[in-house]
Design a protein around this ligand. Structure first.
Ligand SMILES: [Zn+2]
Length: 129
């Protein structure tokens, strides 16, 4: 599995701007490349954790989840592991300071998994690399 560089940048930016609150979303892919993040509505205004909001989402077509850890600890919590097991196969945790190395991807068993970052040509979007 791969992720578009722009999509990863978006995740890191939104995670940073949401801090100290958690950000959460669902990942969508085009072929074998993660290209889209469906942001969970209300993540920033609710007192509930972002992960709890992901649990409540209907099962939309998705390859996995993304959420932030403002603490910077990239290890999945017990709630995270339960979520990973239920929603999709790829799960990104983005932690402070939200740079290119402060994120991790896990499979649905909570094991670190490799996600290759690639340049992806979006058909409609502007391309600013
Ligand atoms: Zn978490």
């Amino acid at each position: 599995m791969k992720i578009a560089k722009d999509t990863l940048s978006f995740i890191l930016e939104v995670s940073k701007s949401s801090a100290p609150k958690e950000f959460a979303g669902m990942l969508q892919a085009t072929g074998d490349v993660i290209t889209d993040v469906v942001v969970v509505p209300g993540t920033e205004s609710s007192d509930e954790s972002a992960v709890m909001q992901l649990f409540m989402l209907p099962n939309i077509a998705t390859v996995g989840t993304v959420h932030s850890h403002p603490s910077g600890n990239l290890r999945p919590s017990t709630d995270d592991l339960e979520l990973f097991d239920r929603k999709g196969e790829y799960h990104i945790i983005a932690g402070a300071p939200y740079n290119e190395s402060s994120w991790a991807c896990y499979n649905n068993k909570g094991e670190r998994t490799r996600l290759e970052v690639i340049k992806y040509e979006f058909e409609e979007d502007d391309e600013n690399w």
